[in-house]
Design a protein around this ligand. Sequence first.
Ligand code: HEM
Length: 206
Amino acid sequence: MENHKLYLYPVWLRVWHGINAICIIILMFTGLSMQYGNIDYPLIPFKTSVSLHNFCGVVASVGFIVFIVGNFLSDNGIHYRFKIRGLYKRFYKQIMYYASGYFKGEPKPYPISEEFKFNPLQRVSYAIAMYVLMPLVIFSGIGLLYPELIVEKIFNIGGVQLTALLHSIMGFFIAFFLLIHLYVASIGKNPLRNYKSIISGYHESD
Ligand code: HEM
């Protein structure tokens, strides 16, 4: 079978992705350390966690603006749009492939092309991660950085408390997304192939 290369990840996207990945990993560790670390035996000293968390949060937020503007100005944003109609069928096909077809060596139901670089599950999960989870974690993070911006009480519960809760829940969802993202990216004939693509920009077909 012919093996050809597709240029799917332009430089700006790869730079954003690399910086974002590093920031999110640091944010996860510092966030967990601040939330659950023992003050006497912390995984990371509390003050270091706070400074690193704030710094990476700001960098990831600026990166997020770059991502949104980049998607808006280039064709990349097209890959994040999806129609609700027929979604269930497309999900089912892709899930069946991951659960069984892949292990039987069946062809991909949605082969990668320049027009469709994501399968339906990737398309929806990336859209949710980037257009729902990231904005919510960023806006709640800004609220925690500047508590004076937050309303004092919502239904008699402290605004800061609710914002902190929203921030942690979104953080956990992003960590969960990352776990699945790393696993799904390793599916294929060569588990490292997709990781190489997001660095080189080129996707090699099977
Ligand atoms: C160590 C961390 C990470 C690694 C190794 C990694 C790996 C990859 C790989 C291999 C791809 C290209 C193949 C594919 O689409 O599945 C990709 C794309 C992508 N990743 Fe990650 N990723 C990481 C962290 C993250 C994080 C933290 C986010 C968001 C919160 C993220 C969001 C995305 C998005 C949105 C794309 C698609 C970009 C596009 O083509 O428009 N990744 N990643």
